[in-house]
Design a protein around this ligand. Sequence first.
Ligand code: UDP
Length: 321
Amino acid sequence: MNILVTGGAGFIGSHLIERLLYLGHHVTAVDDFSNGKKEYLPSTNVEHFTFVEGDILDRHLLEDLVEECDLIYHLAAVLGVKNTVENPLKVIDGCILGTRNILEVAYQKGIKVVFASTSEIYGKNTKLPFTEDSDRVLGPPQTTRWCYATAKSLDEHLCFAYSALGLPITIVRFFNTYGPRQTSSQYGGVVPKFIVAALRNEDLTVYGDGTQTRCFTFIHDTIHALVNCIDEKANDEVINIGSNEKISIASLAAQIRKLADSRSDIVEVPYDVAYGKGFEDMQDREPSLEKAKRLLDYVPSIRMEEGLKETIKWYRERLDP
Ligand code: UDP
């Protein structure tokens, strides 16, 4: 197939492209390098790979890109909770205008879209595990943290609006994917932040009291599920992609410190200090994976310890000695 991947130089996009090329597909990637990196673009099987630097808000560019395309993976988004609280307009525009553009050009050509959504949209719902038809319990608009979840929710509505017009779509909701290449900057996820801090023997900053839990998902598992979204069985469905290994953030810090053989201290930082006044965290996030198993033949196969070791090794090789 000829496949377009938006956000192709990013963490998930670049891993996906490697797998798609390996499977024999032709891939075109678009990325504006706001987060992705050139060095993450593929170095093998490149004869079937094209890269275009650009912004998904550019409709004309997208129209050109989909000319020969059979499928779109729409992964591009402004990411990170810190970005969400600091740059809400950028986050909202990227989600809503970007996704609207993608869906419209896809609709004009009748090309299926696999849309990357997020477990963030379950918000403060306390009924675990989250099934795909669970309620979204989002805080008020004054609390900026919820703008990403709200924008992604609207994106999901957009997907179904186009689906009603006959466009095949699949929505995947990622649950804390981690692994090599995830950004470790202040805008990155907690795993790379803790790993880099641990390798430098700097403090691991646990926000709040550290009792909040997540089900971290290793990138190779996420990619397995994403590739299987090509199957028609996944059309017009919302599917959680996560793991069932639940861990508190305090335990995550301790585990990373141990596996990285680090002398870091683990310190608690109040949410207000980390993210600004009035911040609301999600206390627990746990996916039901029944649907992913049924529709995508997906069962997470990489245990946290194994995934963390591989991720730590990757960062260790890249940090200054
Ligand atoms: N977190 C933390 N220290 C950090 C970064 C994040 O304790 O340096 C916490 C954060 O408050 C949240 C969890 O780790 O409870 C996961 O955060 P992340 O930003 O990776 O993703 P989220 O699940 O919030 O989307």
